[in-house]
Design a protein around this ligand. Structure first.
Ligand SMILES: Cc1cc2nc3c(=O)[nH]c(=O)nc-3n(C[C@H](O)[C@H](O)[C@H](O)COP(=O)(O)OP(=O)(O)OC[C@H]3O[C@@H](n4cnc5c(N)ncnc54)[C@H](O)[C@@H]3O)c2cc1C
Length: 711
């Protein structure tokens, strides 16, 4: 169903990008840098889609950051890994293009936009033990040292930056973050932020609240798009092409019913990810593939929680991956490696061939009081507080009855699991065997296996798990130029696709963290180059004169137009909040910290671990001087506190042997020393009390940041 060509276009550009995903924004920046004009249309009133919720991690093998850090990698190893993990279900051409272009794309995006990345040197591929797998470095994340402060500052100048979505969930990150506050520009928000700032600085219009509705085709070529803006049709002419980057179809019930192998999928991305690009592409003859693939994850429904007016299903992977909990199926039996979410996805889809039902649905999450003593559950703080979405049983059997599970089965399952947990080995589902399983969780030092812990302290708690998705991976079939293909393999001229709108053909049935973002950016970049006239495989040698001219023109345009999205943006700056004081917890160890956010957006952060090493690299950013001072003071105070009682005792012992003035002097000196030490101790206690207050008020609502990338 093609749209008729309008008498008048509202705007004419070279490349029209649909969706402010990282792939869409990358394409817009690259197109502009190559001298094309570009516009980004975004359906929602906020920017960044599911990417903004994400860890912002992109999987780019042999990228320049990992090589600079001395980590080894090669195209051959990456090829071997994907060939093996996709079980033969991949497209060799797309795969080769992805691997050849990815590293160049990252270098180029860092050059043309303010986005700066770092490699997560210790984060392995999901299945690093398989041939060609990597122990770390392939995953790139936005550099928290540069991006957070840069974007806070940019937000003051360009309110459009403040329109980047804030995640309703705890933050995910591949690298340690300076904060777990979802208002900050870290992880996925920083990825979107760096690219969006690039768009703004280049004068690219990013129009939120402007959903694309139909592609406009003339003589078999896509020449534009009909969108809706302020309730009226808005026609965009796109001379070089339209790029569909509208995310996945996980919020589209009709498509899910048609293609997915689970009864009901609950999107964990924004509701605007409803497969619009898929449908528009199919309407003009685009073929689709892998429509049954999805990044399935456990979710829970907390009544009353909403996202953009829709019922929100809260991502629950944070809790499921920890030691001291299990997932059981409707028979009260374990059915997956709970610490590896793709295996939970497999269990969601598993069929009981005898009864022709889903073998494991509904699924339940079970913990004991021991778990609740150290960890929040959803929005519930540690302890015993209850909510109507959580069931409690004084005994295992009591809980089983409340959940409708066979009590004897649940008892047997827990006893069997507890034996495994004590031995540190799970022969049933191999939980805690892979490097990835062992990294996941807040208790990296938990023994004998950080992913396994027994459930033995009554009472017991449980809740029903629902099937969620952080992105459907099926989509339009594309070639190595990111052009959409028909079922015949013929190109649809003028139409490109990336993000989850394009099928994950190059990853077959396996997935590793960051492949969505990696694919989205790489093929967005490729689409822009192709639209600019670059041929297949041609190197990105950008004519200097064209770039300089493009830049000048862009700056002038930026000054004039001030970007439409910016003009309509809210002036509510999330960073302009009142001062806050936090005790921060990361990696399950306790951190003593003070953090304040001033109205101007400048931060004064003081952090220090009470015990153990401190990652000083994290705090060498703007404002880092304060942070370093805070850190050094913290260490000095600690040393002083540890030593002062010893000095006091030593001084006292000596005074009992001394006489006269020397004795009085020593008593005074040691007394003063002790006084100072205890004054500082009192200060620290006060901070801890404030911290506990903060934990009660703040962490009740916002569980701690994760330092492992998922999805
Ligand atoms: C907590 C979490 C952590 C994750 N971590 C990672 C990670 O670290 N790395 C990774 O690769 N993946 C990760 N994922 C998965 C990935 O971020 C999501 O699948 C994401 O949605 C994929 O983004 P995208 O590029 O496909 O599009 P999105 O970023 O979702 O953007 C699509 C945009 O298109 C807009 N749109 C839709 N329809 C229209 C229309 N008709 N007109 C205009 N605009 C439209 C949407 O509103 C949206 O803004 C994570 C997901 C979650 C939830």
């Amino acid at each position: 169903m093609n749209c008729s060509i309008p008498d008048q276009w509202d705007i004419q550009v070279d490349l029209a990008v649909i969706g402010s995903s990282c792939g869409g924004l990358t394409a817009a920046c690259k197109a502009k840098e190559l001298g094309l004009s570009a516009i980004v249309l975004e359906k929602a009133s906020t920017l960044g889609g599911g990417t903004a919720f994400s860890g912002g991690v992109v999987w780019i093998p042999f990228n320049h950051h990992m090589l600079a850090a001395g980590l080894q990698d090669s195209k051959e190893a990456a090829l071997e890994h994907i060939r093996c993990s996709s079980m033969g279900r991949h497209d060799e051409d797309l795969l080769a293009t992805y691997l050849d272009t990815g590293p160049e794309m990252v270098r180029d995006v860092e050059r043309i936009t303010p986005l700066k990345m770092v490699s997560a040197d210790n984060l392995p591929d999901y299945r690093d033990e398989l041939p060609g797998g990597s122990k770390g470095g392939r995953l790139l994340a936005p550099d928290p040292l540069n991006m957070a402060q840069l974007l806070l500052d940019a937000e003051q100048k360009y309110p459009a930056i403040g329109k980047i979505r804030q995640s309703p969930f705890p933050l995910y990150s591949a690298v340690p973050l300076p904060t777990n506050d979802p208002r900050f520009y870290v992880a996925g928000r920083a990825l979107i932020g760096g690219l969006l700032l690039g768009c703004i600085e280049m004068g690219i219009e990013v129009l939120d609240g402007t959903p694309a509705k139909k592609l406009i085709v003339q003589d078999g070529r896509v020449i534009g798009v009909e969108a809706e803006r302020n309730g009226s049709p808005f026609f965009v002419k796109a001379d070089r092409g339209v790029l569909l980057a509208t995310g996945g179809s996980e919020w589209n019930d009709a498509l899910n019913r048609k293609y997915m192998r689970v009864p009901k999928v609950h999107g964990i991305t924004p509701p605007s990810n409803s497969g619009d690009g898929h449908i528009m592409g199919m309407e003009v003859g685009g073929a689709v593939a892998l429509m049954d693939l999805s990044l399935l994850m456990p979710t829970v429904r907390i009544p009353g929680e909403e996202i953009d007016g829709e019922p929100m299903y809260r991502i629950f992977q944070f809790w499921v991956g920890q030691p001291g909990n299990i997932l059981v199926n409707k028979n009260g039996k374990r059915c997956c490696d709970e610490a590896f979410y793709p295996d939970i996805g497999r269990a969601f889809e598993e069929m009981d061939a005898q009864k022709l039902t889903h073998a494991n649905l509904p699924m339940y999450w079970i913990v004991d009081q021991g778990f609740r003593d150290w960890m929040t559950v959803g929005t519930l703080p540690r302890g015993t507080e209850m909510a109507d979405w959580l069931q409690k049983g004084e005994t295992v059997e009591d809980l089983a009855e409340k959940l409708g599970l066979p009590p004897a089965n649940l008892r047997e399952t827990i006893e069997r699991f507890n034996t495994f947990a004590r031995e540190g080995k799970d022969p049933d589902f191999h939980r805690g065997e892979s490097a990835y399983d062992r990294r996941w969780g807040y208790r990296p030092k938990h023994k004998p296996n950080p992913a396994l812990g027994p459930l033995e302290k009554p009472p017991y708690y449980g809740l029903q798990i629902h099937v969620g998705s952080v992105g459907n991976l099926g989509g339009l079939v594309t070639n190595s130029n990111a052009q959409v293909l028909k079922a015949s393999g013929e190109v649809i001229p003028g139409l490109y696709a990336t993000s989850n709108t394009a099928a994950a053909l190059h990853f077959g049935c396996a997935y590793t963290s960051g492949m969505v973002g990696g694919k989205a950016m790489t093929f967005g970049w490729i689409a822009a180059r192709h639209a600019a006239g670059f041929k297949d495989g041609e190197k990105a040698a950008v004519p200097a004169a064209r770039t300089a001219a493009g830049r000048q023109a862009a700056t002038a345009q930026a000054q004039q137009s001030q970007v439409a999205a910016q003009a309509s943006a809210s002036t509510d700056s999330p960073s302009a909040s009142a001062k806050t004081i936090n005790i921060l917890n990361e990696d399950g160890t306790s951190l003593l910290g003070l953090q304040s956010v001033s109205k101007a957006g400048d931060r004064l952060c003081m952090k220090g671990k009470l015990m153990g090493s401190f990652d000083t690299k994290m705090y060498l950013n703007a404002g880092g001087l304060y942070q370093m001072l805070g850190l050094m003071m913290g260490k000095a105070v600690l040393l002083f506190l540890l030593l002062s009682p010893w000095y006091w005792i030593k001084g006292y012992m000596q005074t009992t042997q001394d006489t006269g003035g020397a004795r009085t002097g020593r008593i005074m000196a040691t007394g003063l020393l002790a006084l100072a030490a205890y004054a500082i101790l009192a200060f620290i206690i006060a901070m801890i009390v404030l911290g506990i207050y903060n934990l009660l008020v703040y962490h009740r609502q916002t569980p701690r940041s994760q330092t492992a990338a998922r999805g």
